[in-house]
Design a protein around this ligand. Structure first.
Ligand SMILES: [Cu+2]
Length: 150
């Protein structure tokens, strides 16, 4: 009886661990050709060459501190387009005695060409200019999105 209780306790712990690991890996948030935008949209804007870039995150808000962000480049029909190498830099101009800040994201590709996953440490809450640049099969282009970190 006691042993059985112990075993079911262990199984419950194991299931809880699997659930936590699954959530951490962001299961269910894989981009697809039909649905290239992961999570919720933070901001979207024109990116040149007839493309639109969408910045998104799990919460739909840019936060101060470390977080994961996503970028999706899409054509007029909403289909993702491979843009090759991409850079993402959050810039905040100098304000009074505070020097200009630049926080770059580390981007990696996903299983869907045209969709990128990024890690960024946003230094502070406030107005940022998200500077996005790309160069590759779709040409060369740039976008700047105004984003408020909270
Ligand atoms: Cu600042």
């Amino acid at each position: 009886m006691r042993k059985q209780l112990f075993v079911s306790g262990a199984i419950i712990s194991l299931l809880a661990l699997i659930a936590i690991a699954g959530a951490a890996c962001g299961s269910g948030s894989q981009p697809t050709t039909e649905n290239p935008v992961i999570g919720k949209v933070i901001k979207t804007g024109p990116a040149g060459n007839g493309l639109t870039v969408t910045l998104s995150s799990d919460t739909g808000t840019l936060k101060s501190g470390e977080q994961e962000i996503y970028l999706a480049f899409t054509d007029a029909s909403g289909k993702p387009v491979d843009v090759g190498s991409v850079s993402f830099n959050n810039r905040m101009p100098a304000m009074g005695s505070m020097a200009e800040m630049n926080n770059a994201a580390t981007l990696t590709t996903t299983g869907t060409p045209g969709v990128y996953r990024g890690k960024i440490d946003v230094e502070m809450a406030g107005e940022w200019q998200s500077q996005i640049a790309y160069e590759g099969p779709a040409g060369k282009g740039k976008a700047t999105l105004s984003v408020t970190a909270r």
